[in-house]
Design a protein around this ligand. Structure first.
Ligand code: 5HY
Length: 246
């Protein structure tokens, strides 16, 4: 099977890191295609960044459909454009936040999300509510790291994240940690060893869940809300996105 893992921001080093993490857990027979859009923000750290990133993401889904991809991962903890992507995809589309929370809910009685900037906590909180995880999410902690701090060689990001995870175990009584940024995709095993608790990372969780869904022969339902968009004209710079080629 072929799974397309899309980094909706346009920082190549992060896309490479995400692709390596995905390939590290992919089953034999699963091909991982890791991409990021040609247009969009270099990092997604708020509602505006997220909104602007969605068109580039959807373009990657469109090309994935033409290339026969069996499923998709949206590798950004805000799960930007998730439902729109599901409308235009045949196969399963998972966001890393949704995948990570569901995985954590199956191995722990409660988890804490450890994310980047303080201002993105609200986005994570909205997703916790949307995914029905409020009962299990003990807290959402921000390290106040910028997303691209995770890309800087020699940054203290890893230590900062480990310290916040330790506080989560002690103060929130979390039984597991959910890492709240795709840029942390290379850190989960190391952090789990250091803190002695399960650390769920969304890119790898999403890849395995997409594999499972495709293996079950499950695709995105096209009989209701997530049916293909209605054919109509689009005007101006987005005219090429018109559904049904109208
Ligand atoms: C992410 N931003 O996973 C989110 C993390 C965040 O560019 N990739 C980004 O802090 O929302």
């Amino acid at each position: 099977m072929k799974i397309k893992v899309i980094n909706p921001n346009t920082t190549e080093s992060m896309t490479e890191k995400i692709g390596a993490a995905a390939r590290g857990v992919a089953a034999q027979g699963t091909t991982i295609v890791a991409t990021s859009p040609a247009m969009g923000p270099v990092s997604i750290e708020g509602h505006y960044d997220e909104a602007v990133s969605v068109l580039g993401l959807l373009e990657e889904i469109r090309t994935g459909e033409a290339d026969g991809c069996d499923g998709y991962v949206i590798a950004c903890f805000g799960d930007p454009g998730l439902l729109a992507a599901r409308e235009i995809a045949r196969g399963p589309v998972l966001g890393i936040a949704e995948a990570a929370m569901h995985a954590a809910s199956m191995i722990a009685a409660g988890f804490t999300i450890v994310t980047t900037l303080e201002r993105t906590r609200g986005i994570a909180r909205q997703l916790v509510e949307a995914y029905g995880m409020a009962r299990l999410c003990r807290n959402i902690r921000a390290t106040d790291l910028a997303v691209l701090d995770l890309e800087r060689e020699g940054s203290a990001a890893r230590i900062t994240i480990v310290e916040e995870c330790r506080r989560a175990l002690k103060e929130d009584h979390a039984d597991a940690i959910v890492l709240g940024c795709a840029g942390m995709a290379d850190l989960s095993a190391e952090i789990a060893r250091e803190i002695g608790a399960p650390v769920v990372e969304g890119v790898t969780a999403a890849v395995k869940l997409v594999e499972a869904l495709v293996g079950l022969g499950l695709q995105t339902s096209k009989i209701g809300e997530l049916a293909f968009p209605l054919p109509k004209a689009y005007r101006g710079a987005v005219r090429g996105f018109a559904p049904g080629g109208a």
